[in-house]
Every structure is written in structure tokens, then in C-alpha cells.
Design a protein around this ligand. Sequence first.
Ligand code: ZN
Length: 241
Amino acid sequence: MSPDARPAVVLLSGGLDSATALAVARGEGYRCHALTISYGQRHAAELEAARRVAAALGAAEHRVVSLDLRAFGGSALTADVPVPRDRPAEVMAQGIPVTYVPARNTVFLALALGYAEVVGSFDIFIGVNAIDYSGYPDCRPEFIAAFEGLANLATKAGVEGQGRFRVHAPLVQLAKADIIRLGHSLGVDYGLTHSCYDPAPDGAACGRCDSCLLRRAGFEAAGLPDPTRYAGPARRPEGGG
Ligand SMILES: [Zn+2]
């Protein structure tokens, strides 16, 4: 990576989607400044995964910012609320799940915008996806477009016309299997990533939360081996088991 490559800020959670977004940004020739938010998520294994992914994919820099959203709670990821398990896809498709973290992507993009302005970047990458998952309102293309408008109004760099901020959401219209195929083609080692909402203390994935189920189905549909380390015996309820 050339040191005078254009800089991009990439939101990196440590999950499958954001790892792919980082690989896309790198593949487009950006010098990547990865940003991870430690927001009090119950799955701290994500943070370790983010460090591994940033290193493996050659991020020029990786910042971890602590912003504890447990101060507000309101989500199964930031409060003492059970993470749903074993939900069929058609149930997942209905409504906004309790794993929604209030305004999370707005908060994250605001932090990424500040970081971008400091490093002289006008390009922010976020691995949101509106197809396979959930009604998360802050994963939709119209949200991304609205934030992009805000970014250009809200910053010194935007107002002074030094450039125009773009929020890149390269996965927004891809199914999970397509994301996995794309990342695979770009050399992402998904064994480094962590998707589970409710992992075992040693970081093993539960295999039963929405995120685990979508991830596993994505590998199956992509026809690629699932490198995820799951806790305990096989645990998907198959054949009524
Ligand atoms: Zn899980």
C-alpha cells in the first residue's frame, strides 16, 4: 500500500461484514484507518477479532474508542436482556429485534466522521447490510445517504469545500452468501472474525443467535467451509432435536 494512497476510515466491529468492508476498501486502493468502538457489547470477543482482522488486512492504523452505550442500555447487547435464540429466518424478518442498539450506527458514523476529518479522509466505509437481516433502521441505504448529507454539512472539511464526504456501504444490497464470496475472493480469513451476539466465555460462538444462524446459512449458501468455532455440540434445532 502506497503511503500516498487516499485515506479511508473503515468501521470495523470484528464481525464478518465489517471485515469484508475493510477488504473492499483496501481492494479499491485506500489506505485504511480502521475504527472499532468498544461500546459495552456483551461480546467483547469482537474487539479481539477486530484487532486480528485489522492486522491481517493491512490497516494502516487501528483505533479503538471506548464509548459505553450501557449507559443507556435498551438492547440485548448492552443491557441484561436475553439474546434471542433459534429463531427461524421468517421470524427474524419480522420487525426490529431486541439486539438493535439504539442509534448505534448514527453514533458510530459520527465518530468515524470525526476521525476522517482528522486524518484528511473523505471516505468512510461501513459494512451495513439491508438484505439478509433484520429491520435495523440504521442499516438501510436511505440512512446512509442521509448521513452522507449530514457529513458534508457538519464538518469544517465539508463546508470549506476541501472535498465531499462519501459513506461507502459496499455490502448494503448483498445477501450474506454474496458477502462471504466477495470477502473470500479478496482474501478475508473469516476464521479471524467474530459474529456471535452471545458467545461462551472463551469466545466460542453460540450457534443459535440470529447472527450465528445467518452467518452459518451464509457459508452454506456460498458453498464455502464455515471456519467458526462453535461452543459445545451441534446445537441447531434440526429434526425437532
Ligand atoms: Zn451466536
